[in-house]
Design a protein around this ligand. Structure first.
Ligand code: FAD
Length: 451
């Protein structure tokens, strides 16, 4: 039996939870649950993290890193008897106004970075929809994105350097400028090392934002409009898509006046400091939409823009009214394949007789088909449908995940997606970084894959 008291004595009694009631709370993320951990460690410093790694390595216990557990791929849930290391008490945050850098510990909530930076007219652009809950540690481990990622990029694009702890308990500060180790750690879902601090680039808030909504008879027309606008050089700040089922779900719940017959709806923002360019970009988008049969409504002012965006913000609560549970899928496909992909996925939903809506960040082809179910729905059916959706993405030259990660949920398809040579490279990297398989075992690589 591991001597957890010894760990508690070394880092502090209040940082090690062993009561069953506490431990039960740490077996979940936002999509699934796993084994009950034998302990939960809540480090407050990097030294606590290093001591925990050394203890776990000595005792042969796996460590499951955890932020806010808003993950949608099972990334933080324990797969075997081990310790959950939850970073929510590591909340240091310092803004360097002159260098436009935020020095952030992993337990800081995403939104808090922009809130702290706002005092200096700065912000942190990556904007996962979970930004009020998710932590920077989880964002880095998943390389989180959001509606702004088409123009502004994803979390990894803002990283200057990270501090991290390896399997020996040694602490490193690695810059992206040379031997880009952070490039491997970012998006590795806590399987290679534990991130204990990050230096993140901040940006000046754009002075102007302009918004339009356009609706189309079908998805193909919307996809053509987006392609035409992008071909003209428009880089929209946000480019969001909703399919007919999604439009109707929102309309049923909130009666916003959305066109129920429309096959697809686009919400577009352009932004920047030069108003003329921002307006011109929006005009180019509007023209591309009209040329492809879209009906366009430009927001006259900020209040109207907020009203138009309400459609997008309402998706989650609207879906909750249809069914209490949902599997939020996350695939990326080439924009040119979007119409075919949306139609195939809709047909799959009908064949499985499960309500399914589709929306996403169309700018970079990131689609979120959501399967809605209740407690009577056989989970096998839900998982089979999710697997079929992943296969549609692969068939169309897409990838398995845009931002939610592989975790537990998509492990079974990784070989289909990358081939055995691709998996070997991931396994080699894992073996080099973590030869004792202490960090988040049972994630990303399929079970049958030797480590
Ligand atoms: C309603 C909703 C909307 C969402 N929208 C988006 C979206 O728009 N875009 C998007 O990208 N995601 C989205 N997500 C998914 C999720 O919020 C993101 O994946 C987020 O980055 C997870 O952060 P977290 O702090 O909750 O991490 P967790 O879920 O706790 O963990 C996620 C992964 O990070 C690892 N990890 C956590 N901390 C560390 C650390 N310090 N060091 C090493 N590994 C670590 C964990 O082991 C796990 O593998 C959404 C989720 C929900 C519930």
């Amino acid at each position: 039996m591991p001597d957890l008291q010894q760990l508690a004595r070394s880092i502090g009694e209040d940082k090690v939870l062993t009561d069953l009631a506490d431990r039960l709370l740490y077996r979940y993320d936002a999509i699934t649950s796993g084994e009950v951990p034998i302990a939960v460690v809540l480090p407050q410093t990097t030294a606590d993290v290093a001591a925990t790694v050394r203890f776990a390595a000595r005792e042969g216990l796996p460590l499951y890193p955890r932020g806010a557990a808003s993950g949608l791929s099972g990334g933080s849930v324990p797969t075997e008897e081990g310790i959950v290391i939850s970073f929510t008490r590591m909340r240091g945050l310092r803004i360097d106004e002159v260098g436009r850098i935020a020095e952030v510990e992993p337990g800081v909530i995403t939104l808090e970075v922009s809130e702290a930076a706002a005092v200096y007219g700065l912000y942190f652009p990556p904007d996962p929809a979970s930004y009020k809950q998710s932590t920077i540690g989880g964002n880095l481990a998943e390389n989180a994105g959001g509606p702004q990622c088409f123009k502004k990029g994803v979390t990894g694009d803002y990283v200057e350097a990270v501090e991290w702890v390896d399997y020996r308990g040694d602490v490193h500060t690695s810059s992206r400028r040379a031997y880009d180790l952070p490039g491997l750690l970012i998006g590795s879902e806590g399987t290679l090392g534990l991130i204990t601090k990050a230096w993140l680039r901040l940006q000046k808030k754009p002075k102007h934002v302009r918004t339009l909504m356009a609706h189309f008879a079908d998805v193909a027309a919307a996809a053509r409009a987006v392609a035409a606008a992008v071909a003209q050089g428009v880089v929209a700040a946000k480019l969001e898509f909703m399919d007919n089922a999604c439009i109707n779900a929102v309309e049923d719940a909130f009666s916003l006046g959305l066109p129920r017959q429309a096959g697809a709806l686009l919400l577009v923002d352009t932004d920047g400091d030069d108003l003329e360019i921002v307006e011109e970009e929006l005009s180019l988008v509007a023209a591309a939409c009209s040329a492809n049969g879209g009906s366009v409504r430009r927001a006259a002012d900020e209040a109207e823009a907020q009203r138009l965006w309400r459609a997008r913000r309402s998706i989650s609560p609207a879906l909750g009214r249809i069914n209490p549970f949902r599997m939020n899928e996350d695939i990326v496909v080439p924009r040119s394949r979007l119409a075919a992909v949306v139609s195939e996925i809709r047909d799959l939903g009908e064949a499985y007789q499960l309500p399914l809506v589709q929306f996403g960040h169309i700018g970079d082809g990131n689609l979120h088909p959501n399967i809605l179910y209740d407690k009577n729905t056989p989970m096998k059916r839900v998982h089979e449908l999710a697997q079929e959706i992943a296969r549609v993405a692969l068939r169309h030259g897409g990838v398995l995940s845009g931002e939610h990660g592989i975790g537990l949920m998509k492990r079974p398809f990784l070989e289909e997606a990358l081939g055995s040579a691709g998996l070997r490279v991931i396994a080699d990297a894992k073996r080099e970084f973590d030869p004792i398989n202490i960090f988040n075992p049972g994630k990303i690589l399929p079970d049958n894959y030797p480590l």
